[in-house]
Design a protein around this ligand. Sequence first.
Ligand code: LLP
Length: 381
Amino acid sequence: MLKQKLDQFAQHPTPFYLYDLGLLRTTLDTAKAEATKYGYQVHYALKANANAPILQEMLARGFGADCVSGNEVKRALEAGFPADHIVFAGVGKSDLEINLALDADIFCFNCESVQEIEVIQELAAAKGKTAQVALRINPNVDAYTHKYITTGLEENKFGINTWELESLLPQFSQWPNVKLIGLHFHIGSQITDLRAFENLCGRVNEIQNWFEAQGLSFPHLNVGGGLGVDYHHPEEKPIADFAAYFAIFNNLLDKREGQQVHFELGRALVAPSGNLISKVLYLKHGQKTNFVILDAGMTELMRPALYQAYHKVENLTSELPAMHYDVVGPICESSDCFSKGIELPETKRGDLVAIRTAGAYGEVMASGYNLRDRVQAFYLN
Ligand code: LLP
């Protein structure tokens, strides 16, 4: 399918990202419809992909913006997200970033440490403003995913640990410029074992009960993102199971009168619609394997090198019988490898290759290592 759509870009120098906006729209419409069933508010996690045409699709569906840096807050504002739909998380918000967000009057800071709240209090007081904050709590729930993208275990740097809460609460009376409006959780990314979300719901209920016992209830509850996608079946199963995902929260989260539940999804919304398009530079017969050497590398898509992540590689040109290959990039690192021992039709120099499901955490994580050019992006309507 992708092959026919690619014709119009055949003359364009590779590598480049190609986003299928049709698939993006279908994905977002599905997510929106499922979230709306329960009155849930979705914030798009800009860190997954902050390209303007993609942000416009999010905006058109009324999604908010989940940001993790001052520049992401700026990008969200420039794209047109209303400030009161912007949330700001991150363990290391600088004074400059906090000030920027205060000036913009964003909806909520998701605070990850006691010291951070103190700094927000100080900076908000200096401006004569009140900052709305949520406590990002580390629930100690396993996301059953790669250890580099697990964020909700006690050993991780994220969030405030539950044992700190008791001593934290009385301090709020000394922080008049900080208004506590909610709780925030995010346990990790690329979560495909949905039991992790069931466990999260259980912990959230316990934690909310604890707060209520202290006389505190919140108008907002943010349960983060993390829903995974099927990297193995980009054609057959491009859209994540949003229905099952949101239903878990609807079934298992204890409902609080008037409480707005928020989600922060990144990958599941954008991963399927992005492809990294590359050309075969060389074929090389190694001692144990045949190498396909692409003109794209870990500088354009770092996920395989960093997390041993699987992305389906497709030869869009050849229809010859299959052979086994290691598909590698041109960068001076042995980790610059997209896939080992995979079957592809017999491949030749000049063949066009698609690396699938690369719309999330692909282009945004590109680097200039080896002084590589910044990878370009194109859009299919
Ligand atoms: N909320 C917070 C606080 C987050 O830290 C993240 C992702 C999200 C929401 C969105 O999670 P998603 O729905 O996209 O799973 N570079 C890695 C993924 C890092 C995710 C970081 N946090 C990768 O390529 O797999």
